[in-house]
Design a protein around this ligand. Structure first.
Ligand code: CA
Length: 330
């Protein structure tokens, strides 16, 4: 009897382990490239040899603070060398936090882009960039309904022609994205994994908010074309609202080569493109909240009028039915 129970316990434990194993992400194949990685101790690692910092960015021993929790800050860190790797995976360990639990912003961006080390108003870097931008957006600017909650991770592939529309939180030009509650996570390692397989034109993003090696899918898109030879960067910006935007570490893995007929130099000539992106649309202002309230009010009045007419018709039909049945009775 006792043996039977233990057998069941072992079977259940085995089942739980199998489930957990499916959620765990193993280290990617390939090897880590130190010149494109950032690790502690940050101040003693000759970080400035490989990386250029600007604006409000401040480097301490255990984090790179792109902005502090103060208004009107803008800072960046960019690789000095371009990345001539076709298939790669990045594990970016970060922390977004601040003193205000209700009002905070605006978020930070990860870049694989041609425009490096330049100020701008898209999370601290220039608009009309050429490459990949991943926006960790903590403030919902859109003055209306979103199909998603914030914080939101939004992905844009741009050949330089598109503009990032803050008023729409970039949704009108995005390739895709996901809600992720990465802000204000205390005592946990929040990591995002960004994998780009140039050989397969495939971009995959997963995140692990609590640092428990449990990965959630954010985006998995095929048809994503990015050239080699672009730069890696992170930048952040605060406006009236603020937050600390901290990069803790970054690991860049060059993935094992897969067979490919193309000459490696051809990859530098590609134009950034993503077939799954939203078509670019003209900016249209949101309706003011008062107008939207008025619209709801109008529909409510129409509903009340229909209800009143329906009730009156029902009442008269009922009265007529009563009179007719009385006539039949007598
Ligand atoms: Ca926003």
């Amino acid at each position: 009897m006792a043996v039977g129970i233990w057998k069941d316990v072992i079977l259940i434990l085995g089942f739980v382990l199998v489930i957990n194993a499916n959620e765990e992400k193993t280290e990617p194949g390939g090897y880590m490239r130190k010149e494109f990685s950032i690790s502690k101790p940050l101040t003693g690692n000759n970080i400035f040899q490989s990386w250029e910092v600007g604006g409000s960015t401040f480097i301490s021993n255990d984090h790179i603070r792109l902005t502090s929790d103060n208004p009107s800050q803008s800072g960046y860190i960019w690789s000095r060398m371009p990345v001539f790797v076709r298939d790669w995976e990045i594990h970016l360990h970060f922390s977004v936090h601040g003193s205000n639990s209700r009002l905070f912003g605006d978020g930070f961006a990860f870049w694989y882009s041609a425009q490096r080390a330049t100020d701008g108003n898209v999370f601290g870097s220039p608009d009309h960039f050429r490459g990949l931008g991943i926006f960790f957006d903590t403030y919902a600017n859109q003055n209306g309904e979103h199909s998603h909650e914030h914080p939101y991770i939004s992905v844009q592939v741009n050949n330089g022609s598109m503009s990032y529309d803050h008023d729409k939180d970039g949704t009108h030009t995005e390739l895709g994205g996901c809600t992720s509650h990465f802000r204000g996570v205390e005592d946990a390692d929040t990591v995002v994994a960004i994998r780009y397989l140039g050989s397969k034109k495939r971009l995959t993003i997963q995140f692990d908010v609590e640092g428990e090696n449990i990965w959630s899918d954010c985006l998995d898109e095929e048809g994503v074309v990015l050239p080699t030879g672009l730069f890696l960067g992170m930048s952040a910006q605060t406006g009236d609202l603020s937050d600390n935007h901290d990069i803790i570490s970054m690991k860049f893995y060059e993935l094992d080569d897969e067979d490919d007929d193309k000459d490696p130099s051809e990859y530098t000539l590609l134009e950034p493109n993503a077939s799954g992106s939203q078509p670019d649309r003209d900016h249209v202002d949101d309706k003011p909240i008062s107008t939207r309230r008025q619209t709801v009010m109008n529909w409510f009045i129409v509903f009340l009028v229909i209800l009143a007419i329906g009730s009156l018709v029902g009442y008269f039909v009922y009265q007529k039915h009563q009179r007719d049945s009385l006539k039949r009775f007598y």
